[in-house]
Structure formats: structure tokens, C-alpha cells
Design a binder for this molecule. Sequence first.
Ligand code: FAD
Length: 535
Amino acid sequence: MIPLKKVVIVGGGTAGWMAAALMAKLARKGLQIELVESEEIGTIGVGEATIPAIKRFNHLLELDETDFIRSTQATFKLGVEFTDWGHVGNSYIHGFGKIGQDLGWLRMHQYWLKMRGTGQVSDVFADYSINTAAAYANRFMRARPDMKASPLNDIAYAYHFDAGLYALYLRKYSENLGVKRTEGKIVKVNQKPEDGFIESVRLESGAVIEGELFIDCSGMRALLIEQTMGAGFEDWAHWLPCDRAVAVPCSFMRSEAAQAPRIGSDAQSRLPQTGAPVLGKPEPLPYTRSIARSAGWQWRIPLQHRMGNGHVFSSRFMSEDEATAVLMANLPGEALAEPRVIRFKTGKRRKVWLKNVVAVGLAGGFMEPLESTSIQMVQSAILRLVALFPDSGFDPVQRDAFNDQSDFEYTRIRDFLIAHYKLTKRDDTPMWRHCRDMEIPEALAERLKLWSVAGRFFKDGEELFADESWIQVLIGQGLIPDGYDPFVDLRTDEEVVKYLNDISRVIGKCVAAMPSHEQYIEANCRAPRQGLTGG
Ligand code: FAD
């Protein structure tokens, strides 16, 4: 067993620098890491909303959270608000973390399914989760681990950050740990004639960079995994129709909070009864917004110094000019750059590890940013690679395990995204009619069927999104089961009503005691003012 001596990372976007940082932190002594990036080609420049798993990544790097937040102009994120997805006028938040408190072996939503509509409990599902209730009230604080019996013990959060600043931050970190950065455009990839393994890449300058393991972080170009290895692509456009985005940053208008949350027409859409009024003072919201449009949806990602905006749309149903006009007409502030169109293909490489090439980030595949999963998938790919790190023998069993686990991760996330589209009741535009009527993967269809009978949901092994995520999205989109678990009836209605009202009351009190998101940032991690980057 001869250990590898040299890893080459191709690409210096979020994926490249995340890979460099974690490999450098976790690598044994003696492993050289070289990253090649081309300033002329640049990076994708978007990708600013995350999920709570990012905290594990930062923890592994031993980053100081406050320093990270200040350096990347980050804000806190408690979840994602979906507006006009189930139908026009509908709005709900997919909050991170727990929903209520289990009773016996049943999840809270089972009791709510029985009692909703009776007038004895809140029909607003958001009232039963600290994350969603706090988000609607525009409040935030980090969890209080010392308050064992309180919902404040369990506040799950992620971040919105400036992708360009994050890559810079990780670059500095990686270089401090000895990662060598080489600027230049790769113009040739050299393979060994005997087995097709890559032995080096040549730059425009003529310099040749040799390595034993190559991590392809070259973005959608997929320079090594596709252009060199010809991995092939599994196209999922028939399930996820969006294939373009137009992005533009805008000034942070302090009227944003006043615009949200919207009050929809159905039970799940109404304001929660947290006892904490939505603060009149406008400020950045502690959640990402996803607002459905006629042929796609628009994101709003509030950072400390600006708002990231984008319109993700399907070119089958809308032209780039129309999509740009829709975005520009719905900006909450003044545009700070020209809008930029990004074209993408939804799906994944048939294999993300071939010979001595492992694709990470956009080089491996892409699914639209509806649930902010791409950066998480970069992180999980690097951790998977570290867990299956090869020696110079490159035993294929490690490669096969890596490819199987990546397939599983991709397909489970894919199904979660498809559910958002499929469960619409909208019939006002051709795209929404297409989504409502489309065939869906069998495994997803089975899940929805099982849920529809009595609200049962079972997570599949290590899949990323927990039951709580699925339950909130299914209810939020309006897929209310026909019944509930019969074991609910083992308790009297009085018991169940008291149990549900206790949860919503305690959560309401906790939220009322929390500072606003803005106040929390001001007191703990306000970033210095600086120039603007990204979308
Ligand atoms: P890139 O940023 O494209 O970097 C590629 C690198 O390869 C660059 O440094 C480039 O210079 C280099 N390169 C390419 N070819 C060569 C060559 N020949 N020679 C030398 N260097 C080369 N993810 C989230 O988690 N949350 C989000 O909110 C989110 N929003 C998104 C919105 C949109 C519209 C899109 C398209 C993506 C979004 N993503 C999001 C995904 C996220 O942006 C990416 O996963 C992440 O930025 C990683 O990109 P990357 O590093 O793989 O590629």
C-alpha cells in the first residue's frame, strides 16, 4: 500500500476551495495539495443560501463562527419561505429543525391532523415549530443548550453568505495550511497511455502540473470528468423543468420585512399565533424566499450588505428576455449590476469518480437551488472522498462505493425537489399545468401515496432531508392526508388539545422573548461595510 503524495484540485470556485480547505485540514502529513484556477474563466458567482449541514463543515475546519460571518457578510437562515407554490396566495415556511414535541411514539403532526379545523387548536402548522414561528416573526437567536426543556434549546440554522467572499475566506485558510495555488488556464489534459489515468494538466503558460488524484471542481465545464473521461450525463429535465437563471444583486431595501410574510387564503398560509408581532421595523429576514412565478420562481437571499436575487425559469415556457423583465420588475431594491443569465442542465454525471478523477460541485451535476442543496453536496462529496481516500493502487471498490453513495444522495434530493413542483394545484400557466400533470419517479409516487392515507412518512437511510422537512413541505403545499394514525385515538380529545396548545403557547412565548434578526446581528456579528460582489 503506497500512500498518495499529490492531489490536484482543478477549479477555484466554492467547490474547489471547500475541497482544498477540508483536504488540507484532514490530510495526513506529507500530502501535497495544489489548486489550479483561471481568473479569466472565473467562477459561477452565485450560491449563497445554505442548509444547517454547513455548520458541520465549518466546525471540522475549526472556523470561528463570528469571524466567518463578518468575513462573508452572512446572515442567519431558519428556513425557506415558499410563496404561491401550492396555489396562488399560498405561503409556507420549510423550517429547519424540529416540529413540536413527539407524544408517545407518534409525531406531533398526527395529533394536529385530527384536531385541525375544530377551532380548538391553531390550524397554522408554523405555530408548532420554533424555527418557522421565529422566522415569521423576523426573530433570531442561537440555541440555548443550557435550557434543556425549552424549544430555545433546539434552534436549527444555516447561513446566507456572499459566495465570492466565502471562496476568498477559504482560500486564505487553505493557503495558510500549505495548499499551493496556481493561476492559469488548463489547455491540455495528459492521460497515461496504458490505463487512461490522468498524469498531468498543461496550462496556457506551458507549465505542467502533475498529480496522482485529480479533483474536478471545474464547474459546468466538467473539464476532467466529462471532457476528458466522457462520464456521460443523466438528464432530469423532464422532472425538473427549469434550465436557466437570471441573477442580479440589489441594494438592501429596508422595506423587505414589511412585505413579508404574506397572508394567504388557506389554513397553512395564515400568520402564526406566536404572540410575537411581526416587527414593524424593516430589516433582513432570517430566511430565504422562493416566490413562484409563471414559468419558475424567484429567490431573495438577504445578506448584511445587499440582497441576492435570481429568477430560475424554464426556457420551454419563457424566453430569457421575459425572465429578465420579470426579475427586474420584482426587485425589492435598486439593481447593483447588470442581470446575468446562467444556463444549466439538471442531472448528474453517470459516474462522479472515474479512474483517478473525482468530480465535486457543478462538475458532478446540478439541481436547481430550490432547497439550497449544492454547497451541502460539495461538502458531502469531500467528506465521502476523505472517508474512501484511495492509495496509489486505486482499488475500484472505493470508487464504486463512492459512486453508489453519490447516486443515492442525488436521487433522494431530486425527489424532494420534484415534490415541490408536482404538488401544485396551479393551473394558471402552461408550466404549472405541466408540473401538476407530469409523471414522477416511482419511489416518490409511493411516498406520496403512503402519506396521503394517514400522514405516514419514513426516511430512507441516510437521505439528506429528514421527516420534518418532508412533512412541512407536503402540508405546506396542501397535501393534507385523508386520515391520521389510529393510535391518536388512544388519547382523549381534551388531552390532545391541551398537548397541542401547550406546544404552540410555549413556542409563542419563546419567540416573543427573542431579539429581532437585525438586533442579533448588530449585537453579535455585524460585518464591516465593503464592496459588493456576486448575484
Ligand atoms: P464554479 O464556481 O463555476 O468554479 C469553477 C472553477 O473552475 C473556476 O475557478 C474556474 O476558473 C475553474 N476552471 C474551469 N475551467 C478551467 C480551466 N480550463 N483551467 C483552469 N481553471 C478552470 N448552491 C447552494 O448551495 N445554494 C444556493 O443558493 C445556490 N444557488 C445557485 C443558483 C444558481 C443559478 C446556480 C447555477 C447554482 C447555485 N448553487 C447554489 C450552486 C453553487 O453555485 C455551486 O454548487 C457552487 O458555487 C460550486 O460551484 P463550482 O465551484 O463547482 O463551480
